[in-house]
Design a protein around this ligand. Structure first.
Ligand SMILES: NC(=O)c1ccc[n+]([C@@H]2O[C@H](COP(=O)([O-])OP(=O)(O)OC[C@H]3O[C@@H](n4cnc5c(N)ncnc54)[C@H](O)[C@@H]3O)[C@@H](O)[C@H]2O)c1
Length: 436
């Protein structure tokens, strides 16, 4: 283990757990730097800050399944509960070949912050399996999901920790999770996961909720900087649940979506991409690649596209010191979790680019997940209009409060969101006290 100055600089303030490699802290290192930035604003509550710098509970599980060809395969699975001071854990499950413990820890911590930022009665959690689900058959995917759910079943539950979809997981995966947990419990437990199909206690509006939240905070932020949405040009990275819906809603509001990038490639059309047609193309071909009417760009060119709003909605660490200088947008709305590194954050700040951070921008999904959980408990379901109206109200009020804090302390929206959220989490921590 090296004690080089660079390593000391990145980690000196933090007592790292032995299970992390200080040389490759990954997204957890970014999260720790974000916590450091907020600490000076927490007053007396900062004496509890260490509680935010380590997850409450991290479970690593082996997920063995039988493949269709009769052989056995083993996958690494995780469920991390970062903080449960304000309520049960809540956060998605990601199936991706690059998932690591550090990543799941960071994503769980961002869930704690996000839930507190919009004042939902949840702590933060996250899960994942290190697998490329595109290489599995439907039967293999189902067996993988069910075995993983059984393995983490000892720590999840409707009042303990409630998973939801994330990258490469969807309503069907949530249905299998709900069924597996219910079978093991001997009773239907619809409140154990959110993002379920409507027929199984899912909520109207949940599928579109994260994209709708991105659109809502985008509208609010645009007003603050005097940007007319109907004239705005938009570039979106990631065209799945979050990016696809956000692009659709911005286009419906009159904005021009000029560029879209996904794992398959980058398409560009200065006059505006036909978003519904592009969504159909993706559902037929799996990617934006080869979308007829558009030009194809090299992936690296995406960041320099002339636009007003850039929406990263794919994976972490996409906007870095290497490409932040090229970005021409006036505003970045983080649909993805952790897409901007702290160095890139500083570069964008110096260049006057407004960054609406993930912990508020993509909170729409968990907000409607909260509505789903409440509806499941009462077995009483609301109309889509009611859900969307409540979602928009919560997002607008949370954003206004965060803008105010940013203004008062002259800090970035990210630090302001962390101030609001960490204050709430640590107040709860202090009121509950340490047990025993
Ligand atoms: N689904 C939700 O409700 C939700 C809520 C909050 C945050 N998020 C976050 O939003 C992000 C996207 O999640 P999603 O649910 O839309 O996932 P998804 O699986 O529906 O879509 C992911 C998209 O990212 C693209 N992508 C993957 N790798 C890429 C790469 N290397 N370069 C460019 N594009 C790439 C994929 O092609 C796809 O279009 C993630 O960071 C997730 O944590 C999702």
């Amino acid at each position: 283990m090296s004690n080089s100055p660079a390593h000391m600089h990145a980690t000196s303030a933090h007592a790292l757990p032995s299970y992390l490699n200080p040389e490759h802290l990954g997204p957890w290192g970014i999260y720790l730097q974000q916590v450091d930035r907020v600490t000076p604003y927490l007053g007396n509550l900062s004496r509890w800050i260490e509680t935010l710098k380590r997850p409450k509970r991290a479970l690593i599980v082996d997920v063995p399944i039988e493949l269709d060809n009769g052989t056995m395969a083993h996958f690494e699975g995780y469920r991390v509960q970062h903080n449960t001071s304000r309520g049960p854990g809540k956060g998605g499950v990601r199936f991706h070949q690059d998932v690591t413990l550090s990543e799941v820890m960071a994503l769980s911590a961002w869930m704690s912050v996000k839930n507190a930022a919009v004042n939902l009665p949840f702590g933060g959690a996250k899960g994942g399996i290190r697998v490329d689900p595109k290489t599995l058959s439907r039967g293999e995917l189902e067996r993988l999901t069910r075995r993983y759910t059984s393995e983490i079943g000892i720590i999840i539950g409707p009042t303990k920790d409630i998973p939801a979809p994330d990258v490469n997981t969807n309503e069907q995966v949530m249905a299998w999770m709900m069924d597996t947990y219910s079978m093991n419990e001997g009773a239907t437990a619809s409140g154990v996961v959110t993002g379920k199909p409507i027929a199984l206690g899912g909520s109207l509006g949940r599928r579109e909720a994260t994209g709708r939240g991105v659109f809502t905070v985008g509208q609010e932020a645009a007003q603050h900087i005097g940007l007319d949405i109907t004239k705005a040009r938009i570039a979106v990275q990631g065209f799945g649940n979050v990016g696809g819906i956000a692009a659709k809603l911005f286009a419906q509001a009159g904005a021009t979506v000029v560029a879209v990038q996904d794992h398959g490639g980058t398409v560009y059309q200065a006059s505006g991409l036909d978003v519904p047609a592009l969504l159909r193309h993706v559902s037929e071909h799996g990617s934006v690649k080869g979308f007829g009417p558009a030009e194809t760009l090299l992936d690296a060119q995406f960041w320099g596209v002339d636009c007003d709003i850039l929406i990263p909605a794919a994976l972490e660490q996409q906007i870095t010191a290497a490409n932040a200088q090229q970005i021409r947008a006036r505003m970045v709305i983080e649909g993805a979790n952790g897409p901007t590194t702290p160095e890139a954050d500083d570069i964008l700040h110096e260049r006057g680019v407004l960054v609406v951070p993930d912990v508020i921008a993509n909170a729409g999904g968990v907000t409607v997940s909260y509505f789903e959980w409440v509806q499941d408990f009462s077995s009483f379901f609301w109309s889509e209009d009611e859900i969307n109206a409540r979602l928009v109200r919560i997002m607008r009020e949370a954003f206004a409060a965060i803008w105010q804090v940013a203004d008062t302390h002259r800090v970035s929206l990210r630090t302001a969101t962390f101030i609001v959220a960490c204050t709430r989490i640590l107040q709860a921590r202090e009121l509950r006290g340490l047990y025993p």
